[in-house]
Design a protein around this ligand. Sequence first.
Ligand code: PLP
Length: 206
Amino acid sequence: TTRLVWICNPNNPTGTYETVEDIRNFIAKVPKDTLVIIDEAYIDFVTSVDVPTARALLDEFPNVAIMRTFSKAYGLANYRVGYMMTPLELANYMQTIRLPYNLNTLSQVAAEAAFDDQAFLTRTISQNAEERAKWESLFDELGIHYYKSEANFIFFSVSDAEGLADAWLKEGYQVRRGQREGWLRLTIPMAQDGAVMHGILKQFMN
Ligand SMILES: *Cc1c(COP(=O)(O)O)cnc(C)c1O
């Protein structure tokens, strides 16, 4: 029997987003003794709907858990701090298996400071959305196939993916290879780097 279903929303590496309604309809068909984890590592970057999180489902199903991290939009990668939201009964199970002192003091202080700085978060999200839109327009213009992203990266396909990745790397820009043949995952860069990368891409596609 299936014990666990893991839904990553937005998904990695595609960046695609599933609506809460679609997830609700799916979980309604899952047996109540199968745990459904919704991994919301990239949820802050979603701009296509007003309320992206599936948190409401915690009140509707006993077998759902939502996981978040400070590693992405809050900028605390490698601090190893995140949190899980579950119905109370599942939280009690988690309490029995988690390691003692699983969160160190420095990471906790950093996470609290990051959480207090909502202006940074807002700025990060809007800059990301703006730059993401520029990449999509350029991909459209160049006829490059990509998944519509609601995350801080785009997954796209070009015939010579390795060659393109090398061309960017030569100028100091590393993208993720090896997730699917002929596909690359690009983390949305700041505007200035984005412009340089666009130039390299246009030249490469010529
Ligand atoms: C980054 C990431 C996480 C969490 O990362 P941590 O640094 O371990 O908090 C979880 N799921 C996905 C899909 C991620 O990309």
